[in-house]
Design a protein around this ligand. Structure first.
Ligand code: NAP
Ligand code: MG
Length: 402
């Protein structure tokens, strides 16, 4: 078979620990034999980030702006222990935070479902994608403890010196108070990212807030989504045969649990934080969760939702056998390759991405899986494989499908 060619590069961001080991194995077994891989490589491994004073992270984000598609390996976010372990010059920031700040956008997280791993919610047949707004609300709040009698007010002073006041509460004793904000511009780009992703993946979009109680704050989210939908997306949604559905947050929770799945659930920042952990766990395993950052300009960065699987790496270094699940990292690659193929009208690349995903799922459905899945799977012939044998098993299935 002739190798598939790529006319435009995609941005490849290597990472740390066990996921770095997996990264190499995936390229060697599942990509290089079939594709003339055209990537612009950035080493986001902690050592090189430290060497370049983290410039490499900024450069990789700029490269995504240029090429529109990137794939990222999990990376260490340094803490005190990592400062010592890697003898760091500084406690560098989370690469994901840096990249998100440069690209802006929304993170979509979706579980990869396989037949032998049943969701805890019986009705769920299709994956549920969570879109979390990643700006503001309680993550950028200011708070106060009230420790004596007095009144608390919300005051806005305009540049011209005019004041607007609202009484928050007349405190008769101890209490707490919080001020938070969001920006229309950020809500607008959140809305557009969600509508674009729904069109991209041909799934309904559900959104919910508590607008009946929060008549200005949450209501603004509702209004911004509705205005943008009506003026820019309604026709496109009709043509694609998908729906935009708005309801209250408590109503949506009940509806999601009773649904078959298969929708994108857009969440305000805090709701997304809580609900993404609920959805990931309910579908089975963190190792089966993919994640993609979609910017309002249409840049895409794909990655696994899990971290560098540190404990497995230490075992690997000691020469012990590991059974690390590479599915989410494989799907980060297939997602990026498919998007590259779509943007370049490269059908062969799109088809390869589909087949890579199919063979990954089929391998598990045939009973070959890593330990994390073997523990929760329902299958009458489970073979628990180590990290590398699992990737080799996928290669074998892939060669049969191609
Ligand atoms: P983690 O790497 O996600 O691993 C936590 C545990 O989840 C593992 O010990 C393992 O459980 C299980 N697990 C996760 N992924 C797995 C996989 N692919 N296959 C099998 N089991 C898997 O989280 P962490 O240990 O809290 O963090 C390690 C490092 O990752 C930290 O330095 C953190 O900064 C970084 N991190 C990076 C990202 C990112 O780049 N997006 C995200 C999160 C964390 P068992 O040990 O029970 O097998
Ligand atoms: Mg959380």
């Amino acid at each position: 078979m002739e190798k598939i060619k790529m006319s435009t590069p995609l941005v490849e961001m290597d990472g740390d620990e066990m996921t770095r080991i997996i990264w190499g194995a995936i390229k060697e077994e599942l990509l290089n034999p079939f594709i003339e891989l055209n990537t612009e490589y950035y080493d986001l491994g902690l050592e090189y980030r430290n060497q370049t004073n983290d410039q490499v992270t900024v450069d990789s984000a700029e490269a995504i702006k240029k090429y529109k598609v990137g794939v990222k390996c999990a990376t260490i976010t340094p803490n005190g222990a990592r400062m010592k372990e890697y003898d760091l010059k500084e406690m560098w920031k989370s690469p994901n935070g840096t990249i998100r700040a440069i690209l802006d956008g929304t993170v979509f997280r979706a579980p990869i479902t396989v037949e032998p791993v049943k969701p805890y919610v019986r009705t769920w047949k299709k994956p549920i994608t969570i879109a979390r707004h990643a700006y503001g609300d309680i993550y950028k709040d200011v708070e106060m403890k009230i420790e004596e009698k007095g009144k608390c007010e919300l005051v806005f002073t305009s540049e011209s010196g005019e004041e607007k006041r609202e009484l928050v509460h007349n405190f008769a004793g101890n209490g707490v108070v919080m001020g938070m904000h969001n920006l229309n511009k950020s809500i607008e780009s959140f809305a557009r990212s969600c509508f674009n992703f729904a069109l991209d993946t041909k799934q309904d979009l559900w959104f919910a807030t508590k607008d009946t109680i929060s008549k200005k704050y949450d209501h603004t989210f509702k209004d911004v989504f509705q205005e943008i939908f009506d003026s820019e997306y309604k026709t496109k949604f009709d043509q694609a045969g998908i729906e935009y559905f708005y309801t209250l947050i408590d109503d949506v929770v009940a509806r999601v649990v009773k649904s078959e799945g298969g929708m994108i659930w857009a969440c305000k920042n805090y709701d997304g934080d809580v609900m993404s952990d609920m959805v990931a766990t309910a579908f089975g395993s963190l190792a089966m969760m993919t994640s993609v950052l979609v910017s309002p300009e249409g840049n895409y960065e794909y990655e696994a939702a899990h971290g560098t699987v540190q404990q497995h790496y230490y075992k690997h270094l000691k020469g012990e056998e590991t059974s690390t699940n590479s599915i989410a990292t494989i799907f980060a690659w297939s997602g990026a390759l498919r998007k590259r193929g779509e943007l370049d009208n490269n059908d062969a690349l799109v088809e390869f991405a589909d087949k890579l995903e199919k063979s990954s799922i089929k391998t598990i459905e045939d009973g070959m899986m890593t330990k994390d899945l073997a523990l929760i799977a329902e299958h009458n012939n489970i073979q628990t494989l180590n990290t590398f044998d699992f990737i080799k098993a996928i290669r074998k299935t892939l060669e049969e499908i191609l």
